[in-house]
Design a protein around this ligand. Structure first.
Ligand code: ITT
Length: 211
């Protein structure tokens, strides 16, 4: 079986997938390895639908099985906002800092007990023939009053984990990669990934047998 394309342009996600897939026996490439840049229209109504849309477009374009990730933050006091619009929350061209600053402003002085939130991640694995499967993961937390920490990416500096007494950006990446929404989604996708790696091995065995 061919290599897996990790079809995300987000460098923070890419770093995490490199770690999360370190013990996976398959081979993978990133978009920049193929020089592939596509603007996928995200019209889906859920993380799962959008992840499937992205993975399907990339699998067709690359002719490789492709993994896409759609993720974001749901803040209860804001009725689930920014949700599927997390990446665009502060408009086009905004930085990670602009986005989490906008979120802190939107929450203002909302007390800690009303600042509950969760990260959600949907991982879609699509094949060039159009088959697609999705696995999901969530991570519960609270929106902090101010940013703290240098690790991770995106909204990590304002995502506080009461059980650790620190933000996601203060956690070493090994710990984030144990408990994050993305780690949980990838754990749920393991059977699909193992199947993919096994197909590749069968392919190699068949190649070896025929030479
Ligand atoms: P791709 O579509 O190319 O994967 P993207 O950054 O546009 O990249 P999304 O549409 O899924 O990806 O947007 C995800 C948003 O949620 C984005 O603003 C991220 O910063 C944020 N986000 C996702 N996972 C996160 C994490 O683990 N920590 C902090 N922020 C995260």
């Amino acid at each position: 079986m061919a290599r897996l394309l990790i079809a995300t342009a987000n460098r923070g996600k890419q770093r995490e997938y490199a770690s999360l897939l370190a013990d996976w026996s398959g081979e993978y490439v990133f978009l920049q390895d193929l020089g592939l840049e596509i603007e996928v229209e995200e019209t889906g109504a859920s993380f799962a639908e959008i992840a499937a849309q992205k993975a399907t477009v990339y699998a067709r374009a690359s002719n490789l099985p492709s993994l896409s990730d759609d993720s974001g933050l749901e803040v209860d006091a804001l009725g689930g906002v920014p949700g599927i619009h997390t990446a665009r929350y502060a408009g086009p061209g905004a930085s990670d800092q602009d986005r989490y600053r906008k979120l802190l402003d939107a929450l203002g002085h909302t007390p800690l007990e009303q600042r509950s939130a969760r990260f959600r991640c949907a991982v879609a694995l699509a094949y060039p023939n159009g088959d697609v499967a999705v696995a999901e993961g969530t991570c519960e937390g609270v929106i902090a009053f101010e940013p703290r920490g240098e690790h991770g990416f995106g909204y990590d500096p304002v995502f506080y984990l009461p059980q650790f007494g620190c933000t996601m950006a203060e956690l070493p990446s090994e710990i984030k990669n144990e408990l994050s929404h993305r780690a949980r989604a990838i754990r749920a996708a393991r059977p699909l990934l193992c199947k993919l790696a096994a197909y590749r091995d069968v392919g190699r065995a068949a190649d070896a047998a025929s030479t």
